[in-house]
Design a protein around this ligand. Structure first.
Ligand code: ITT
Length: 181
């Protein structure tokens, strides 16, 4: 079975490809930048994006929207994570948390899949904490400042852990179960 992953982010595709190919699912990259709607809901954003993408591609396709939700910032940057990364970067997030004792945060991914008959969403989460400084050179985005629960290293320090415990892995796991059913 071949499905497409529509994303402008090569890192996201690489991770998804590694996870899905280990499960026997072939995924093709549809390099597509869609202007996302603004919403506080990852699900709403992903649903709108996959409908627009399917109308163009007309083949089974999924998109995903991911956000980093920081407890001490009432869930900011959340669905505005791409915008926040461009404006203030991980350094800006570290500054905002300078005096915060609660550093808990959750990465959330919503995958939306469409094949012309149905549109379905799959949510994945990874709980963890924001590090006190950037650590590690691998990965992308907020990886240097995020430590998953139960581990000491950031995602950017240990990508092998990331592909096993990440928000993306959890959402792809649900997508895989659905595709195989
Ligand atoms: P597409 O929408 O084209 O798929 P994007 O990079 O804009 O690509 P998102 O809107 O889902 O993707 O991502 C929101 C932000 O969160 C963006 O700045 C990413 O770099 C960052 N991000 C997403 N997944 C991440 C991950 O697994 N680790 C670290 N940062 C991540």
């Amino acid at each position: 079975m071949v499905i497409y992953f529509a994303t402008s982010n090569e890192h996201k595709f690489k991770e998804a490809n590694e996870i899905l190919s280990a499960k026997g699912i072939s995924v093709e990259h549809f390099n597509f930048k869609h202007n996302e709607i603004r919403s506080d809901s990852l699900e709403e954003i992903a649903m709108e994006a996959v409908d627009t993408t399917f109308a163009q591609l007309k083949k089974p396709v999924f998109v995903e929207d991911t956000g980093l939700f920081i407890d001490a910032l009432n869930g900011f940057p959340g669905t505005y994570s791409a915008w926040a990364l461009k404006k203030i970067g991980s350094d800006g997030i570290l500054k905002l948390l300078k005096s915060a004792s609660n550093r808990a945060a959750t990465f959330k991914t919503c995958i939306a899949f469409a094949n012309g008959k149905i549109t379905k969403t799959f949510l994945g989460e990874c709980k963890g904490a924001i590090a006190t400084k950037k650590r590690g050179k691998s990965g992308f985005g907020y990886d240097p400042i995020f430590t998953p629960k139960g581990y000491k290293k950031t995602f950017a320090e240990d990508l092998e852990i990331k592909v096993k415990v990440s928000h993306r892995f959890a959402a792809l796991q649900k997508l895989t179960e659905f595709l195989k059913a």
